[in-house]
Design a binder for this molecule. Structure first.
Ligand code: ACO
Length: 366
């Protein structure tokens, strides 16, 4: 491209800003706890939308704002720039037309209409599906970059007097998880609004097919009480999708396909909470033989290892006296049988279980 044209190129990851927007009362409640309202953030990837070079042509000072009502994820789009290239030979990229292929068509471009949607969320939005888990945590602070107070990560915490933190304690924030499928009323539409995060944050991520009818989803929400009111508001944090495959002879293997926690909520234990809730859900379903993961990203592998290890240790697996039997002694038989039985009981996929045993072994040798 000629040098003179370069100045019309914008980095699409930088040009696109995402924001989760809450009603003013909900924002005021957060600020009252010395924490910033949920800060704007940028996508990690935009190549599925704007092409492999992640560039947008034809604008100077380009600023694309895509805002989501924090619960319903209804969207507001605003495209601004200082200058647009007027050229028939090399026309500027059609940004809205491009985005239109990836977001539901009911987004608004009116600030006023969006403000009304956000306010409607506060009183009317509830997560869809069946609640399958919750966790109460101490409110985060701006200084602690969202670090939870008290001990434990992603677990119910103490209120400082040694008692478990309850939903009604001051400063408590509740996180709830909901399971949904395509047959959950309204969920298909909801999923069309949240699936954009898969393209923007998972490398190689793509949309799932709505005609594959067995998809299952678990969504994670932050639940807050509105100040001076008993009404709770719900704010989207992330989600996981899984697909069941037949597993000989009469069970299913659940394959985790997509897992995302939105950037403002990362590094606070929410990923662990969502994963461990999914795992507990799997353990509780007799028809599920095991949980496998499709093409895990490194950061996710890390999260999975930490949680699986914590789980196995809590189950007393390394303390099992037969664990070290035969290790290094050349008697594979009994150990292999033990491994197969333990693996099956805990529904962990084969390769992952071998990795975990290696890690447990190293831990014991330490
Ligand atoms: N305060 C500070 N740090 C904490 C806290 C806390 N309260 N709780 C946990 N952490 C730390 C953990 O120790 C961990 O640290 P480490 O990475 O140094 O080991 C780190 O935070 C991450 O743990 P979580 O907070 O539980 O995980 P998070 O919520 O950040 O989610 C995830 C991780 C899912 C990878 C997220 O970063 C994400 O969505 N990334 C983008 C999308 C992606 O890559 N998804 C996975 C694709 S693979 C697939 O889909 C199959």
């Amino acid at each position: 491209m000629a040098d003179s044209m370069e100045e019309w190129l914008a980095d699409s990851n930088e040009a696109l800003t995402l924001q989760l927007v809450r009603a003013p009362e909900d924002e005021a409640a957060l600020l009252g706890e010395d924490m910033q309202v949920v800060a704007p953030f940028h996508p990690t990837f935009t190549y599925p939308i704007f092409g492999e070079h992640e560039k947008i042509f034809g604008y100077k000072g380009l600023d694309i704002q895509l805002h989501f009502a924090s619960g319903s994820l209804k969207q507001y789009l605003s495209i601004n720039y200082d200058e647009m290239l007027e050229s028939e030979a090399t026309p500027a990229d059609d940004i809205e037309g491009t985005l239109y292929n990836f977001i539901p068509p009911d987004y608004t471009k009116s600030e006023l209409a969006f403000a009304k949607l956000v306010e409607a969320d506060a009183t009317g939005f509830r997560p869809l599906g069946e609640k399958i888990g919750s966790s109460v945590r101490a409110a985060a602070t701006a200084k602690g970059k969202g670090k939870a107070k008290g001990k434990g990560k992603g677990k119910d915490e103490s209120n400082g007097d040694g008692e478990a933190l309850s939903e009604d304690d001051e400063g408590a924030v509740v996180y709830e998880m909901y399971k949904a499928t395509w047959s959950t009323p309204g969920f298909k539409e909801y999923h069309r609004r949240m699936q954009l995060y898969i393209l923007l944050f998972i490398e190689g991520g793509s949309y799932v097919h709505e005609d594959e009818d067995a998809w299952e989803f678990i969504t994670l929400f932050e639940k807050r009480k509105r100040p001076g009111s008993d009404v709770a508001t719900y704010h989207f944090v992330g989600y996981v999708s899984v697909y069941p495959f037949w597993c000989y002879p009469d069970q299913v293997r659940l394959r985790l396909s997509q897992f995302v926690i939105l950037p403002p909520y990362q590094q606070q234990g929410h990923g662990s909470l969502l994963y461990s809730t999914l795992f507990a859900h799997v353990i509780g379903r007799p028809e599920v033989a095991e949980l496998t993961v499709e093409d895990p990203a490194e950061a996710f592998e890390d999260l999975r290892d930490r949680n699986d290890l914590r789980y196995l240790v809590a189950q007393g697996v390394p303390e099992d006296p037969s664990f070290l039997d035969g290790v290094g002694a050349g008697t594979r038989g009994p150990r292999a049988k033990w491994e197969a039985a333990v693996r099956k009981k805990h529904k962990i996929a084969g390769r992952q279980f071998d990795r975990l045993l290696e890690m447990l072994l190293l831990r014991q040798l330490d």
